[in-house]
Design a binder for this molecule. Structure first.
Ligand code: MN
Length: 499
Protein backbone atom coordinates (compact mmCIF):
# COMPACT_ATOMS: atom_id res chain seq x y z
CA UNK A 1 0.00 0.00 0.00
CA UNK A 2 2.83 2.41 0.77
CA UNK A 3 4.60 1.57 -2.45
CA UNK A 4 5.32 4.72 -4.37
CA UNK A 5 6.21 4.72 -8.03
CA UNK A 6 9.78 4.06 -9.06
CA UNK A 7 10.38 7.79 -8.95
CA UNK A 8 13.45 9.42 -10.45
CA UNK A 9 14.80 12.93 -10.44
CA UNK A 10 16.36 14.49 -13.51
CA UNK A 11 19.69 16.26 -13.23
CA UNK A 12 19.79 19.14 -15.69
CA UNK A 13 22.98 21.14 -16.09
CA UNK A 14 22.73 24.55 -17.64
CA UNK A 15 25.34 26.05 -19.94
CA UNK A 16 25.54 27.64 -23.40
CA UNK A 17 27.49 27.13 -26.63
CA UNK A 18 29.76 30.14 -26.10
CA UNK A 19 32.49 28.08 -24.48
CA UNK A 20 33.21 25.58 -27.24
CA UNK A 21 32.97 21.81 -27.40
CA UNK A 22 35.99 21.11 -25.22
CA UNK A 23 34.50 23.05 -22.30
CA UNK A 24 31.03 21.52 -22.81
CA UNK A 25 32.58 18.04 -22.80
CA UNK A 26 34.04 18.79 -19.39
CA UNK A 27 30.72 20.17 -18.16
CA UNK A 28 29.03 16.91 -19.17
CA UNK A 29 31.81 14.86 -17.58
CA UNK A 30 31.58 16.78 -14.30
CA UNK A 31 27.80 16.44 -14.22
CA UNK A 32 28.10 12.70 -14.78
CA UNK A 33 30.54 12.42 -11.89
CA UNK A 34 28.24 14.39 -9.58
CA UNK A 35 25.24 12.24 -10.51
CA UNK A 36 27.27 9.09 -9.95
CA UNK A 37 28.41 10.33 -6.53
CA UNK A 38 24.89 11.34 -5.50
CA UNK A 39 23.50 7.96 -6.52
CA UNK A 40 26.30 6.16 -4.73
CA UNK A 41 26.05 8.24 -1.55
CA UNK A 42 23.34 6.22 0.17
CA UNK A 43 21.67 9.48 1.23
CA UNK A 44 19.20 9.77 -1.65
CA UNK A 45 15.96 7.77 -1.47
CA UNK A 46 15.44 8.03 -5.23
CA UNK A 47 17.70 7.78 -8.27
CA UNK A 48 19.09 10.81 -10.06
CA UNK A 49 19.15 10.58 -13.87
CA UNK A 50 21.61 12.66 -15.89
CA UNK A 51 20.15 14.61 -18.80
CA UNK A 52 22.12 16.18 -21.66
CA UNK A 53 23.53 19.64 -20.87
CA UNK A 54 20.94 22.30 -21.59
CA UNK A 55 22.44 24.93 -23.86
CA UNK A 56 19.49 26.41 -25.77
CA UNK A 57 16.04 27.70 -24.90
CA UNK A 58 14.52 25.09 -27.21
CA UNK A 59 16.23 22.19 -25.45
CA UNK A 60 15.39 23.62 -22.02
CA UNK A 61 11.73 23.86 -22.91
CA UNK A 62 11.66 20.40 -24.47
CA UNK A 63 13.39 18.77 -21.49
CA UNK A 64 11.22 20.43 -18.84
CA UNK A 65 8.08 19.46 -20.74
CA UNK A 66 9.32 15.88 -20.96
CA UNK A 67 9.77 15.99 -17.18
CA UNK A 68 6.17 17.19 -16.84
CA UNK A 69 4.94 14.31 -18.96
CA UNK A 70 6.98 11.51 -17.41
CA UNK A 71 4.94 9.95 -14.58
CA UNK A 72 8.11 8.53 -13.01
CA UNK A 73 9.86 11.91 -12.87
CA UNK A 74 9.12 13.51 -9.50
CA UNK A 75 11.24 16.59 -10.02
CA UNK A 76 14.22 18.25 -11.63
CA UNK A 77 17.55 19.23 -10.09
CA UNK A 78 19.24 22.10 -11.91
CA UNK A 79 22.80 23.37 -11.72
CA UNK A 80 24.44 26.09 -13.80
CA UNK A 81 27.97 24.79 -14.24
CA UNK A 82 28.91 27.73 -16.40
CA UNK A 83 26.77 30.65 -17.43
CA UNK A 84 23.36 29.92 -18.90
CA UNK A 85 21.65 33.15 -19.96
CA UNK A 86 18.41 32.90 -18.02
CA UNK A 87 16.12 34.40 -20.62
CA UNK A 88 16.56 31.00 -22.31
CA UNK A 89 14.86 29.43 -19.30
CA UNK A 90 11.76 31.63 -19.12
CA UNK A 91 9.42 29.70 -21.42
CA UNK A 92 10.53 26.30 -20.13
CA UNK A 93 10.11 27.33 -16.51
CA UNK A 94 6.72 28.91 -17.19
CA UNK A 95 5.56 25.58 -18.57
CA UNK A 96 7.21 23.44 -15.90
CA UNK A 97 5.01 22.39 -12.98
CA UNK A 98 6.84 19.75 -10.91
CA UNK A 99 9.14 20.37 -7.90
CA UNK A 100 12.53 21.87 -8.72
CA UNK A 101 15.69 21.92 -6.68
CA UNK A 102 18.34 24.43 -7.62
CA UNK A 103 21.58 22.79 -6.52
CA UNK A 104 24.05 25.61 -6.08
CA UNK A 105 27.28 23.66 -6.15
CA UNK A 106 30.63 23.67 -7.90
CA UNK A 107 32.61 20.76 -9.31
CA UNK A 108 35.89 21.65 -7.60
CA UNK A 109 35.89 22.06 -3.88
CA UNK A 110 38.96 24.27 -3.63
CA UNK A 111 40.30 27.10 -5.76
CA UNK A 112 43.36 25.61 -7.56
CA UNK A 113 45.58 28.50 -6.51
CA UNK A 114 48.70 27.43 -8.39
CA UNK A 115 47.10 26.72 -11.71
CA UNK A 116 43.96 28.83 -11.93
CA UNK A 117 43.65 30.87 -15.14
CA UNK A 118 40.84 32.48 -17.10
CA UNK A 119 39.93 29.22 -18.86
CA UNK A 120 39.38 27.55 -15.50
CA UNK A 121 37.28 30.45 -14.26
CA UNK A 122 35.11 30.43 -17.38
CA UNK A 123 34.57 26.72 -17.05
CA UNK A 124 33.78 26.75 -13.32
CA UNK A 125 31.57 29.73 -12.71
CA UNK A 126 28.46 28.46 -10.97
CA UNK A 127 28.85 31.27 -8.42
CA UNK A 128 28.03 33.45 -11.38
CA UNK A 129 25.71 31.27 -13.46
CA UNK A 130 23.55 30.12 -10.56
CA UNK A 131 22.86 33.74 -9.61
CA UNK A 132 21.63 34.48 -13.13
CA UNK A 133 19.40 31.39 -12.95
CA UNK A 134 18.10 32.23 -9.48
CA UNK A 135 17.24 35.73 -10.59
CA UNK A 136 14.88 34.67 -13.31
CA UNK A 137 13.18 32.21 -10.96
CA UNK A 138 12.58 35.00 -8.46
CA UNK A 139 11.44 37.29 -11.24
CA UNK A 140 8.91 34.66 -12.32
CA UNK A 141 7.74 34.32 -8.73
CA UNK A 142 8.08 30.53 -8.89
CA UNK A 143 8.67 28.17 -6.00
CA UNK A 144 11.89 26.21 -5.90
CA UNK A 145 14.25 24.78 -3.35
CA UNK A 146 17.79 26.11 -3.21
CA UNK A 147 20.50 23.91 -1.68
CA UNK A 148 24.04 25.27 -1.53
CA UNK A 149 27.26 23.40 -0.88
CA UNK A 150 29.76 20.98 -2.36
CA UNK A 151 28.04 17.97 -3.92
CA UNK A 152 30.28 15.47 -2.12
CA UNK A 153 29.36 16.81 1.34
CA UNK A 154 27.17 14.46 3.33
CA UNK A 155 25.08 17.37 4.63
CA UNK A 156 24.32 18.55 1.08
CA UNK A 157 23.44 15.02 -0.05
CA UNK A 158 21.11 14.56 2.92
CA UNK A 159 19.33 17.83 2.17
CA UNK A 160 18.83 16.71 -1.43
CA UNK A 161 17.47 13.41 -0.11
CA UNK A 162 15.10 15.19 2.27
CA UNK A 163 13.86 17.41 -0.52
CA UNK A 164 13.25 14.35 -2.72
CA UNK A 165 10.84 13.05 -0.08
CA UNK A 166 9.04 16.41 0.00
CA UNK A 167 8.89 16.33 -3.82
CA UNK A 168 7.32 12.87 -3.76
CA UNK A 169 4.76 14.24 -1.25
CA UNK A 170 4.04 17.03 -3.73
CA UNK A 171 3.60 14.85 -6.82
CA UNK A 172 1.72 12.14 -4.92
CA UNK A 173 -0.64 14.67 -3.34
CA UNK A 174 -2.69 14.93 -6.52
CA UNK A 175 -3.30 11.16 -6.48
CA UNK A 176 -4.80 11.13 -2.97
CA UNK A 177 -8.45 10.24 -2.68
CA UNK A 178 -10.10 10.45 0.73
CA UNK A 179 -13.18 8.39 1.55
CA UNK A 180 -15.48 10.05 4.06
CA UNK A 181 -17.62 7.57 5.94
CA UNK A 182 -20.33 9.90 7.19
CA UNK A 183 -19.91 13.65 7.61
CA UNK A 184 -17.94 15.95 9.87
CA UNK A 185 -18.79 15.68 13.57
CA UNK A 186 -21.73 17.93 14.25
CA UNK A 187 -20.90 21.49 15.35
CA UNK A 188 -17.12 20.99 15.17
CA UNK A 189 -15.32 23.84 13.36
CA UNK A 190 -11.63 23.04 13.02
CA UNK A 191 -12.09 19.75 11.16
CA UNK A 192 -14.27 21.42 8.52
CA UNK A 193 -13.02 22.91 5.29
CA UNK A 194 -13.51 23.71 1.64
CA UNK A 195 -13.13 20.47 -0.30
CA UNK A 196 -13.17 22.13 -3.69
CA UNK A 197 -10.37 24.46 -2.65
CA UNK A 198 -8.47 21.47 -1.24
CA UNK A 199 -8.67 19.78 -4.64
CA UNK A 200 -7.54 22.97 -6.39
CA UNK A 201 -4.63 23.48 -3.99
CA UNK A 202 -3.55 19.93 -3.14
CA UNK A 203 -5.20 17.74 -5.76
CA UNK A 204 -7.13 15.76 -3.14
CA UNK A 205 -10.41 14.14 -4.14
CA UNK A 206 -12.69 13.91 -1.11
CA UNK A 207 -15.91 11.93 -1.39
CA UNK A 208 -18.55 10.80 1.08
CA UNK A 209 -20.17 7.34 1.25
CA UNK A 210 -23.16 6.23 3.30
CA UNK A 211 -21.79 4.23 6.21
CA UNK A 212 -23.98 1.23 5.43
CA UNK A 213 -22.37 0.85 1.99
CA UNK A 214 -19.02 0.15 3.60
CA UNK A 215 -20.72 -1.83 6.38
CA UNK A 216 -22.11 -4.13 3.65
CA UNK A 217 -18.52 -4.74 2.50
CA UNK A 218 -17.67 -5.69 6.08
CA UNK A 219 -20.60 -8.11 6.24
CA UNK A 220 -19.45 -9.69 2.97
CA UNK A 221 -16.08 -10.78 4.42
CA UNK A 222 -15.90 -14.56 4.81
CA UNK A 223 -15.68 -16.21 8.22
CA UNK A 224 -12.53 -18.04 7.10
CA UNK A 225 -10.74 -14.81 6.20
CA UNK A 226 -11.77 -13.26 9.49
CA UNK A 227 -10.55 -16.26 11.46
CA UNK A 228 -7.20 -16.25 9.66
CA UNK A 229 -6.69 -12.58 10.49
CA UNK A 230 -7.71 -13.09 14.12
CA UNK A 231 -5.08 -15.84 14.28
CA UNK A 232 -2.52 -13.35 12.98
CA UNK A 233 -3.57 -10.81 15.64
CA UNK A 234 -3.33 -13.42 18.38
CA UNK A 235 0.13 -14.48 17.29
CA UNK A 236 1.41 -10.94 16.83
CA UNK A 237 -0.07 -9.03 19.77
CA UNK A 238 -0.34 -9.57 23.47
CA UNK A 239 -3.92 -10.40 24.46
CA UNK A 240 -5.05 -8.57 27.61
CA UNK A 241 -8.51 -9.86 28.43
CA UNK A 242 -8.38 -8.22 31.88
CA UNK A 243 -10.93 -10.62 33.32
CA UNK A 244 -13.22 -10.66 30.29
CA UNK A 245 -14.48 -13.96 28.96
CA UNK A 246 -11.81 -15.20 26.53
CA UNK A 247 -14.29 -16.43 23.96
CA UNK A 248 -16.38 -13.26 23.94
CA UNK A 249 -13.15 -11.27 23.79
CA UNK A 250 -12.08 -13.14 20.67
CA UNK A 251 -15.47 -12.58 19.08
CA UNK A 252 -15.09 -8.84 19.64
CA UNK A 253 -11.61 -8.93 18.13
CA UNK A 254 -13.07 -10.79 15.14
CA UNK A 255 -15.44 -7.88 14.54
CA UNK A 256 -12.42 -5.60 14.06
CA UNK A 257 -10.79 -8.18 11.75
CA UNK A 258 -13.95 -8.10 9.62
CA UNK A 259 -13.85 -4.29 9.58
CA UNK A 260 -10.19 -4.26 8.55
CA UNK A 261 -10.78 -6.68 5.67
CA UNK A 262 -14.08 -5.14 4.57
CA UNK A 263 -12.81 -1.57 4.73
CA UNK A 264 -9.63 -2.40 2.87
CA UNK A 265 -11.51 -4.24 0.13
CA UNK A 266 -13.90 -1.29 -0.23
CA UNK A 267 -11.07 1.26 -0.29
CA UNK A 268 -9.15 -0.74 -2.88
CA UNK A 269 -12.18 -1.34 -5.06
CA UNK A 270 -13.03 2.35 -5.12
CA UNK A 271 -9.40 3.55 -5.21
CA UNK A 272 -9.16 5.53 -1.96
CA UNK A 273 -5.95 5.90 0.05
CA UNK A 274 -7.31 7.69 3.11
CA UNK A 275 -10.44 7.33 5.20
CA UNK A 276 -12.37 9.19 7.87
CA UNK A 277 -14.89 7.72 10.27
CA UNK A 278 -17.28 9.19 12.83
CA UNK A 279 -18.10 7.53 16.14
CA UNK A 280 -21.60 9.02 16.06
CA UNK A 281 -22.50 7.58 12.68
CA UNK A 282 -21.71 3.87 12.57
CA UNK A 283 -24.79 2.52 10.76
CA UNK A 284 -24.83 -1.26 11.03
CA UNK A 285 -21.17 -1.54 12.12
CA UNK A 286 -21.02 -3.37 15.43
CA UNK A 287 -18.04 -1.44 16.80
CA UNK A 288 -16.28 1.84 16.19
CA UNK A 289 -13.40 0.88 13.89
CA UNK A 290 -10.43 0.84 16.27
CA UNK A 291 -7.92 -1.93 15.83
CA UNK A 292 -9.03 -2.09 12.18
CA UNK A 293 -8.19 1.57 11.54
CA UNK A 294 -4.91 1.24 13.41
CA UNK A 295 -3.89 -1.61 11.12
CA UNK A 296 -4.97 0.25 7.99
CA UNK A 297 -2.88 3.25 9.03
CA UNK A 298 0.09 0.95 9.55
CA UNK A 299 -0.41 -0.29 5.98
CA UNK A 300 -0.13 3.30 4.76
CA UNK A 301 -3.69 4.59 4.62
CA UNK A 302 -4.36 8.12 5.82
CA UNK A 303 -6.87 8.50 8.64
CA UNK A 304 -8.77 11.26 10.39
CA UNK A 305 -11.39 10.79 13.08
CA UNK A 306 -14.79 12.50 13.35
CA UNK A 307 -14.83 13.29 9.64
CA UNK A 308 -11.47 15.09 9.67
CA UNK A 309 -10.53 14.67 5.99
CA UNK A 310 -7.77 17.30 6.12
CA UNK A 311 -5.80 15.36 8.71
CA UNK A 312 -6.55 12.06 6.93
CA UNK A 313 -5.02 13.41 3.71
CA UNK A 314 -2.03 14.90 5.56
CA UNK A 315 -1.34 11.56 7.27
CA UNK A 316 -1.39 9.91 3.84
CA UNK A 317 0.91 12.59 2.36
CA UNK A 318 3.36 12.17 5.22
CA UNK A 319 3.33 8.38 5.02
CA UNK A 320 4.16 8.64 1.31
CA UNK A 321 6.96 11.09 2.08
CA UNK A 322 8.53 8.59 4.48
CA UNK A 323 8.00 5.52 2.27
CA UNK A 324 10.90 3.08 2.40
CA UNK A 325 12.88 5.15 4.88
CA UNK A 326 15.45 3.03 6.69
CA UNK A 327 14.98 3.03 10.46
CA UNK A 328 11.66 4.86 10.23
CA UNK A 329 10.01 5.41 13.63
CA UNK A 330 6.48 6.01 12.47
CA UNK A 331 3.79 8.39 11.26
CA UNK A 332 0.28 8.64 12.68
CA UNK A 333 -2.93 10.53 13.22
CA UNK A 334 -2.78 12.02 16.72
CA UNK A 335 -4.83 14.13 19.10
CA UNK A 336 -3.86 16.53 21.88
CA UNK A 337 -5.70 15.18 24.90
CA UNK A 338 -4.53 16.31 28.30
CA UNK A 339 -1.63 18.24 29.88
CA UNK A 340 0.96 17.64 32.53
CA UNK A 341 1.61 21.09 33.94
CA UNK A 342 4.07 20.14 36.67
CA UNK A 343 7.07 22.49 36.35
CA UNK A 344 9.98 20.73 34.66
CA UNK A 345 7.75 17.86 33.52
CA UNK A 346 5.45 19.72 31.16
CA UNK A 347 3.97 17.91 28.21
CA UNK A 348 0.87 16.93 26.25
CA UNK A 349 -0.56 13.45 26.46
CA UNK A 350 -1.44 12.36 22.95
CA UNK A 351 -3.98 9.67 22.16
CA UNK A 352 -7.36 9.22 20.57
CA UNK A 353 -10.40 7.23 21.45
CA UNK A 354 -8.70 4.35 19.63
CA UNK A 355 -7.00 5.32 16.43
CA UNK A 356 -3.23 5.72 16.81
CA UNK A 357 -0.99 4.04 14.24
CA UNK A 358 1.13 1.16 15.60
CA UNK A 359 4.06 2.31 13.43
CA UNK A 360 4.92 4.74 16.28
CA UNK A 361 4.83 2.01 18.96
CA UNK A 362 7.76 1.34 21.21
CA UNK A 363 7.88 -2.17 22.63
CA UNK A 364 5.04 -4.67 22.82
CA UNK A 365 1.59 -4.03 21.42
CA UNK A 366 -1.44 -5.43 23.21
CA UNK A 367 -5.10 -5.85 22.32
CA UNK A 368 -7.63 -4.63 24.86
CA UNK A 369 -11.39 -4.22 24.89
CA UNK A 370 -12.99 -1.47 26.86
CA UNK A 371 -16.20 0.51 26.66
CA UNK A 372 -16.15 3.85 24.85
CA UNK A 373 -17.65 6.74 26.67
CA UNK A 374 -19.05 7.87 23.32
CA UNK A 375 -21.05 6.07 20.62
CA UNK A 376 -23.57 3.33 21.26
CA UNK A 377 -21.91 0.14 20.13
CA UNK A 378 -20.24 -2.86 21.72
CA UNK A 379 -16.84 -2.40 23.38
CA UNK A 380 -14.31 -2.07 20.59
CA UNK A 381 -11.02 -3.94 20.44
CA UNK A 382 -7.99 -1.70 20.06
CA UNK A 383 -4.20 -1.89 19.98
CA UNK A 384 -2.59 -0.41 23.08
CA UNK A 385 1.04 0.74 23.32
CA UNK A 386 3.19 3.73 24.11
CA UNK A 387 5.07 5.70 21.47
CA UNK A 388 8.79 6.06 20.90
CA UNK A 389 11.00 8.77 22.34
CA UNK A 390 12.79 11.40 20.30
CA UNK A 391 12.26 14.47 18.15
CA UNK A 392 9.24 14.57 15.84
CA UNK A 393 6.89 16.97 14.13
CA UNK A 394 3.16 17.55 14.57
CA UNK A 395 1.31 19.38 11.82
CA UNK A 396 -2.18 20.76 11.48
CA UNK A 397 -3.79 21.96 8.27
CA UNK A 398 -6.54 24.48 8.94
CA UNK A 399 -8.95 26.27 6.64
CA UNK A 400 -9.18 29.95 7.52
CA UNK A 401 -12.04 30.48 5.10
CA UNK A 402 -10.01 32.32 2.50
CA UNK A 403 -6.82 30.24 2.69
CA UNK A 404 -5.21 27.14 4.14
CA UNK A 405 -2.54 27.39 6.82
CA UNK A 406 -0.15 24.58 7.73
CA UNK A 407 1.05 24.78 11.32
CA UNK A 408 4.27 22.86 11.91
CA UNK A 409 5.47 22.23 15.46
CA UNK A 410 8.71 20.52 16.41
CA UNK A 411 8.09 18.35 19.46
CA UNK A 412 10.14 16.08 21.72
CA UNK A 413 8.55 12.75 22.56
CA UNK A 414 9.21 11.24 25.97
CA UNK A 415 8.01 8.49 28.18
CA UNK A 416 5.43 9.49 30.75
CA UNK A 417 6.80 9.59 34.25
CA UNK A 418 4.66 6.63 35.28
CA UNK A 419 2.64 3.97 33.47
CA UNK A 420 -1.09 4.57 33.07
CA UNK A 421 -2.61 1.15 33.76
CA UNK A 422 -6.22 2.31 33.60
CA UNK A 423 -5.89 4.11 30.26
CA UNK A 424 -6.88 1.57 27.56
CA UNK A 425 -5.56 3.44 24.51
CA UNK A 426 -2.28 3.94 22.67
CA UNK A 427 -0.49 7.09 23.77
CA UNK A 428 2.39 9.40 23.05
CA UNK A 429 3.67 12.17 25.28
CA UNK A 430 5.56 15.20 24.07
CA UNK A 431 6.79 18.62 24.94
CA UNK A 432 6.43 21.06 22.09
CA UNK A 433 9.25 23.42 21.15
CA UNK A 434 10.27 25.86 22.43
CA UNK A 435 8.42 24.81 25.61
CA UNK A 436 4.86 23.86 26.50
CA UNK A 437 3.73 27.37 27.34
CA UNK A 438 5.02 29.16 24.24
CA UNK A 439 4.37 26.18 21.97
CA UNK A 440 0.75 25.83 23.02
CA UNK A 441 0.14 29.61 22.99
CA UNK A 442 1.54 29.89 19.46
CA UNK A 443 -0.45 26.85 18.29
CA UNK A 444 -3.69 28.34 19.61
CA UNK A 445 -2.93 31.79 18.18
CA UNK A 446 -2.38 30.15 14.77
CA UNK A 447 -5.74 28.34 15.03
CA UNK A 448 -4.19 24.86 15.05
CA UNK A 449 -6.48 21.86 15.57
CA UNK A 450 -6.55 19.25 18.33
CA UNK A 451 -5.99 16.66 15.60
CA UNK A 452 -2.54 16.42 14.05
CA UNK A 453 -0.58 14.46 11.50
CA UNK A 454 2.51 13.36 13.37
CA UNK A 455 5.85 11.88 12.28
CA UNK A 456 9.25 11.06 13.70
CA UNK A 457 10.61 10.69 10.19
CA UNK A 458 10.08 14.10 8.63
CA UNK A 459 11.46 17.54 9.37
CA UNK A 460 9.77 20.91 9.63
CA UNK A 461 11.79 21.96 6.59
CA UNK A 462 10.33 19.14 4.50
CA UNK A 463 6.77 20.08 5.47
CA UNK A 464 7.57 23.73 4.74
CA UNK A 465 8.85 22.74 1.28
CA UNK A 466 5.64 20.82 0.67
CA UNK A 467 3.49 23.79 1.73
CA UNK A 468 5.56 26.24 -0.32
CA UNK A 469 5.04 24.23 -3.49
CA UNK A 470 1.30 24.05 -2.75
CA UNK A 471 1.27 27.83 -2.46
CA UNK A 472 -0.13 27.85 1.06
CA UNK A 473 0.93 29.58 4.24
CA UNK A 474 3.15 27.62 6.62
CA UNK A 475 4.04 28.72 10.14
CA UNK A 476 6.74 27.08 12.21
CA UNK A 477 6.77 26.67 15.98
CA UNK A 478 10.28 25.67 16.99
CA UNK A 479 13.10 26.51 19.37
CA UNK A 480 13.32 30.07 17.96
CA UNK A 481 9.63 30.91 18.41
CA UNK A 482 8.66 33.84 20.60
CA UNK A 483 5.06 34.95 20.94
CA UNK A 484 5.78 38.55 19.97
CA UNK A 485 7.51 37.50 16.74
CA UNK A 486 4.92 34.79 16.03
CA UNK A 487 1.98 37.19 16.37
CA UNK A 488 3.67 39.59 14.00
CA UNK A 489 4.30 36.76 11.55
CA UNK A 490 0.59 35.89 11.61
CA UNK A 491 -0.30 39.56 11.04
CA UNK A 492 2.14 39.87 8.17
CA UNK A 493 0.91 36.65 6.64
CA UNK A 494 -2.62 38.09 6.64
CA UNK A 495 -1.26 40.82 4.38
CA UNK A 496 0.83 38.45 2.26
CA UNK A 497 -1.96 35.93 1.72
CA UNK A 498 -5.01 38.20 2.04
CA UNK A 499 -7.24 38.19 5.07
MN1 MN B 1 -10.80 13.44 17.79
Amino acid sequence: MLETKNYRFWFCTGSQDLYGDECLAKVAEHSAKIVEALNGSGHLPYEVVLKPTLITGGLIRETLNQANGDPECAGVITWMHTFSPAKSWILGLQEYRKPLLHLHTQFNREIPYDTIDMDFMNENQSAHGDREFGHVFSRLGMERKVVMGHWAEEGVQKRIGDWMRAAVGIVESSHIRVMRVADNMRNVAVTEGDKVEAQIKFGWEIDAYPVNEIAAAVEAVSKGDIEALVEEYYSRYEILTEGRDARAFREHVAVQAGIELGFEAFLKEKNYQAIVTHFGDLGSLKQLPGLAIQRLMEKGYGFGAEGDWKTAAMVRVMKLMTAGKAGAKGTSFMEDYTYNLVPGKEGILQAHMLEVCPSVADGPIAIKEQPLSMGQREDPARLVFTAKEGPAIAVSLVDLGHRFRLIINEVNCKKTEKPMPKLPVATAFWTPEPNLQTGAEAWILAGGAHHTAFSYDLTAEQMGDWAAHMGIEAVFIDKNTTIRQFRNELRWNDVAYGK
